[in-house]
Design a protein around this ligand. Sequence first.
Ligand code: AFP
Length: 341
Amino acid sequence: MHTPTSVITIERFIVEQERLYPQATGELSNLLYDLCLAAKIISRQVRRAGLSDILGMNATTNVQGEVQAKLDVFANETVRNAVSHTGRLCVMASEEDEEPVAVPDGKPLGKYVLLFDPLDGSSNIDVNVSIGTIFSIHRRVSKGKGPGILADVLQSGSKQIAAGYILYGSSTMLVYTTGQGVHGFTLDPTIGEFLLSHPLIHTPEVGKYYSVNEGNWAKWNQPVQRVVAAFKNGDGTMKPKQARYIGSLVADFHRNLLSGGVFMYPADTKSPRGKLRLLYEASPMAMLVEQAGGMATDGNIRVLDIVPRELHERTPLVIGSKTDVEFATAVMSEAKPGALV
Ligand code: AFP
């Protein structure tokens, strides 16, 4: 039984997980701590976002003479600063940057590769809706000890050794996996620690929610329309589901992970290859969902098997409760690739 003094901090949890791998050097654990620090700094800034007008902080300089960045730029720099000097990474890639991000000159290099979306759902910032940070960690594949190269960031999702997200919601949560199940931690802002709140998350086999931007209905092909109609109205043994859509992947994914549901962002006539980014959104979420007993496809194949060809590649995404993703994939894969109405 937990008492207020026997809580499990994320540090303790990560160390205990590390002991499961006797050959571990502790570098991955340290990289995860670095990300926790970034998460706390971004969380603090997100919590102040609505105050910036009142406090006069959205000008180019604040009262201390510091330059104020937009929140997504701030988040990008915060993650970079937390991880780039520690000697654990050989290269990074961010949704905010065109090209892979090198470790700064003079800083030591390491064996890991970090991909991240610093602030996903950023169009929701101004209206005070939940947003998140997503991360994905690979081992370097290039030979030698020099800086990482494009091949290090262009790896399929099945090669990830860790993935996770931070949700800036009604509380701040960090949810991650290193391939030993999915675990969730809630930030206690009074002590500045992430505390284990959701050990070993298992997502329900069948979802009670479907999450899709139905405003795109007229842009979908018929199989996608059939799937969404079935989720809405029921089909055979499938009961009708409730609709929930925030438009912020981390928030939509998190709700469905805990409560059961299916999130879809299919290809449409406006975005024939889908909207979401394979490396920064789809792959990390796919690793998490599979670790929680769910499933993720692009409507045809397993997301984790897709081999990326470019850094900012997009993919259609169907992700969540296994039975629902299986159903959607079976219907959608009958559609010929690119056969949009
Ligand atoms: P923004 O970061 O531009 O707000 O995009 C968020 C996002 O990539 C993802 O978090 C949402 O699930 C999806 O786009 C929402 O897209 P629609 O607004 O087209 O529904």
